[in-house]
Design a protein around this ligand. Structure first.
Ligand code: ADP
Ligand code: ADP
Ligand code: MG
Length: 497
């Protein structure tokens, strides 16, 4: 195939880590030149290898670089790119960036600015969904934010309830309120946090669904009225409302329930005339009642499980449609086959409140073999700082059925070696091998309910690593162009499996 005949010659990616690599790989496959736009203080020695060019977004943290629309547009212009893929996070869901691309004559690989704006506010998108007949969680999404109005609404909704930042994301800006007396302080602190994190203090209230599952649909549109769905993803295994394990198909659900959810997801996307890849998120009660949560108007972190089970390349599809090409598939051409599970690998310490870790990756070995995909943003020698997100990589495993996929992800986690910084690898292995997970008994309470069983077991050091360790000199020099690693012994915590 190749997109040479279409309108994208050179694409800029103002993002980092694994998603930058993911997009650059697609560019090479399609014959598109690629430009990595990055913060000076980001370690890009790994990611840059996949790009044709790099351009600086200047010094400072994310706010001063990846989140600065003017700097991002300037970088795109300077590099001579004709298109921009925002990845996820950062500016990916800012209507302002899509509009600025339009103004600068750049193709924005994503939806129209108006669709992003309509879905960017959880309150506004809830109202839109109700008008389309898509069920939303019983709650309050009005503009009147006065305490008496919110209090009266809370009484109507009942407790427990959730106070949410309308502009929130990444699980941030949410407070559970279990009784009337907790409402006012929760509202005040949520509004303060939301103003600080999202520059907008609008709140909404929702009934807190107990022991729910998070099930979302991948959808894809061409902006000319054609919309398909690429099935669901179950992302119920969460810590602090952040996804940790994602899989498809969703275990233990009937075809009938999934088909009804798919129809609601398509209606939601059609309601904003959706173009490009997007995700409609639902929360599902233990009785199988489902409610719209929000729509993410971008490529999702967990998109690879869909790619494996539907046999598609979502980034190719994004670029094709952004370049003015046709919809890659009809609904009838799409089917689910087999099972895929993704786990997110973080530099964090599961034994100490999951605190983000920093350090230099002293040794790095990725798993491979049948049905194993690793989307990583680091290599041996990479410096993990605290300025940016601590996600290092994603491990995605595919097999014929769910049981085999669990065996495979468990094996691949055992093969995954990262030394020099603590990671959640061993903990993830305990999660996916937990009997309740194998049974498909998942809910957003899973990690809290099973916390005790997920504590580390007696370290069982992998013999091969022990041998490598014994043979390793205390000082070692890594490949040319990579930094010297002085201490591979600093992360013994990693080896307990
Ligand atoms: P997903 O469903 O793709 O996991 P998340 O909401 O967790 O979606 O967000 C994906 C990534 O984007 C995460 O790394 C998260 O930290 C980041 N992110 C989410 N919202 C924001 C935001 N408002 N500003 C910056 N980064 C964000
Ligand atoms: P974000 O933009 O941060 O992703 P979401 O509205 O998608 O915000 O919610 C994130 C997570 O919080 C959900 O996946 C779910 O686990 C939990 N959650 C959200 N709304 C509710 C609710 N009404 N009841 C129970 N849990 C909820
Ligand atoms: Mg969400």
């Amino acid at each position: 195939m190749g997109l040479q005949k279409l309108d994208i010659r050179k694409l800029v990616v103002p993002n980092r880590g694994e998603i930058a690599v993911r997009i650059a790989r697609a560019c090479r496959e399609l014959g598109i030149a690629s430009v990595l736009a990055h913060a000076d203080e980001d370690d890009v020695r790994y990611t840059r290898r996949f790009f044709d060019e790099t351009i600086s977004l200047g010094p400072g943290d994310a706010r001063a670089t990846y989140l600065d629309v003017n700097k991002v547009i300037d970088a795109a212009r300077t590099s001579g790119a004709d298109a921009l893929h925002p990845g996820y996070g950062f500016l990916s869901e800012r209507a302002e960036l899509a509009a600025a691309c339009d103004d600068a004559g750049l193709i924005f690989v994503g939806p129209k600015a108006s669709s992003i704006a309509a879905m960017g506010s959880k309150a506004e998108s809830r109202r839109l969904m109700q008008s389309l007949g898509v069920p939303v969680v019983p709650g309050y999404d009005g503009d009147d934010q006065s305490l008496p109005t919110l209090t009266a609404a809370a009484e109507r909704i009942g407790f427990p309830l959730l106070v949410k930042a309308s502009a929130g994301g990444g699980g941030k800006g949410m407070k559970i309120v279990r009784a009337a007396g907790e409402l006012q302080p929760a509202i005040e602190s949520a509004a303060r946090e939301a103003a600080k994190a999202f520059g907008n203090d609008q709140l909404l209230l929702e009934r807190y669904i107990e022991e729910p599952r998070h099930v979302e649909f991948q959808i894809f549109g061409d902006g000319r009225g054609n919309i398909v769905h690429l099935f669901e993803r179950d992302c119920s295994i969460q810590r602090r409302h952040q996804k940790v394990v994602e899989e498809t198909p969703a275990p233990r659900y009937s075809e009938e329930l999934r088909a009804r959810m798919a129809r609601a997801a398509i209606a939601a996307a059609a309601g904003v005339d959706y173009r490009n890849a997007g995700t409609v998120e639902f929360i599902v009660t233990p009785d199988g009642e489902f409610f719209f949560l929000e729509m993410n108007t971008r490529l999702q972190v967990e998109h690879p499980v869909t790619e494996l089970v539907a046999g598609v390349d979502l980034v190719h599809a994004q670029l094709q449609v952004a370049a003015g090409g046709p919809m890659p598939w009809t609904q009838e051409q799409l089917a689910q086959r087999g099972h895929a599970i993704q786990v997110r690998i973080y530099a964090e310490d599961p034994d100490d409140r999951f605190l983000p870790q920093s350090g230099t990756i002293a040794a790095y070995r990725e798993p491979s073999g049948p049905g194993v995909r690793v989307d990583a943003g680091v290599m041996r020698g990479s410096e993990i700082g605290v300025k940016f997100d601590p996600m290092l990589a994603k491990l995605i495993c595919y097999a014929e059925d769910r049981g085999k996929a669990i065996d495979r992800v468990s094996r691949a986690l055992r093969d995954y070696v990262i030394l020099g910084t603590k990671t959640n690898i061993s903990w993830l292995r305990r999660v996916v091998t937990h009997p309740a997970f194998r049974e498909g008994l998942v809910s957003t309470r899973f990690l809290a309910d099973h916390a005790a069983e997920l504590e580390p077991r007696v370290p069982e050091i992998i013999p091969e690593i022990a041998a490598t360790l014994a043979a390793a000199p205390r000082q070692r020099v890594v490949g040319a162009g990579e930094p010297q690693v002085t201490d591979v012994w600093s992360s013994v915590g990693n080896w307990g499996r």
